[in-house]
Design a protein around this ligand. Sequence first.
Ligand code: TYD
Ligand code: MG
Length: 458
Amino acid sequence: MAKIKSKYVCQNCGYETAGYLGKCPECASWGSFIEETDSSSLKKESEISIIDTTPPMKLSEIEMNKEIRISTNISEFDRVLGGGIVQGSLILIAGDPGIGKSTILLQTSGELCKESKTVLYISAEESASQVKLRAERLGVKSDNLYIYPQTNFELIKKHIEDLKPNLVIVDSIQAIYTTTIQSSAGSVSQIRECCNSLMQIAKSQNISIIVIGHVTKEGNIAGPKVLEHMVDTVIQFEGDKSKTYRILRSIKNRFGNTSEVGIFEMGGNGLTEIINPSDLFLKEYSQTQTPGSTIIVTSEGTRPLLVEIQALVGTTPYPAPRRVANGVDTSRVLQILAVLEKRIGLNLSKQDVYVNVIGGIDVNEPAADLGIALAIVTCVRDVVFDLQTAIVGEIGLSGEIRAVNHIEKRINEAKKLGFKRIIIPESNEVQENFEGIEVVKVRKILEAITRGVRSIKN
Ligand code: TYD
Ligand code: MG
């Protein structure tokens, strides 16, 4: 009898070794090795059948078969997928527990079933009645939707083959296991093996499969990075659990571009799409005419989004002044403060500075710099910034305003939302002739302030 080989596998990156190691030489994580028995080593050569279906061929001989996409009927989800679910593709949706992954996929299942598509929902974490309860809450009912509470991969595979659905949802990949590997569900080998087999099913039977994956505390997709490499599309589901909005972001897509985002709101009846997200973030702006508040046009993916930035500056009661930033990077704020002190002589050494992005959204792009700077300046000078002016621009260390991407989309979004003026970097070339919105170009931070004075009312 062949000897059963055992190996140690790093649960973080999938690195394999014959003996136990405290620290992984690949990803440098500590204590991540787990012993796994490799039963595949027991296979005799005669048992392994290799079918060569696609011999090498010339590029010119390859026939293009058109991708068939299935629309989810949820336009924000379709947009992130690049126009719908590609038939025969394997999609991973990753996100924190409780963010709404099961919810959106059950809603998607409901929508597909309305179009007479068959969906098999594998519920490996919750019982059938729990899924039914959620389905009732979401108003999902259809005889084309099959719920299968199962964790065993072999049984799952059998039912996929029997039912031949249009879409399979696996909730979640960390909860299913295959008997060909002896480690427990959720280990790197299990995830890799199950994912690999799902990929084969998807490709050989032309069935689209969406798998759910949990994210670890550090923000990685739990277990292995290998999962990301194997699938066709990786979609991240983000958002603050304490807030109602959620963002779907595509981080890898073999069938579309990766800069798209979809925005949703979580409510009592599940997730609803937010077609005009700027409205959501500007809801209360027109009523707030306070010093230290500006509107910037940020870009989520390729999508422009108007958000309000607020700054509060006041004399510090502490020995060292405090700098607190919510929704923007603190080091970015510190850099802007340094530029303001050095280039326009704003003395902030005895002042506490708080910067906040309204709505709980994270703005992680330098294009927000000028808006943040003007929020701080207007707060220090106790003036109100014109409600009708939006701002974009990155600030360089010498106080120069640098170009930003997607400028025309940003201008159009501001115009759409009824803004009369937009301050943009001089170096941004604008092709379009914008009617109904005045485009003010600035080169230096000081110029931005003096040009902005025109729009500052007392
Ligand atoms: P869920 O989809 O179960 O999250 P995940 O699968 O990512 O772990 O969603 C869980 C949260 O969403 C839970 O806290 C309750 C909330 N929720 C709503 O607010 N409204 C709803 O209609 C549903 C179904 C869930
Ligand atoms: Mg879930």
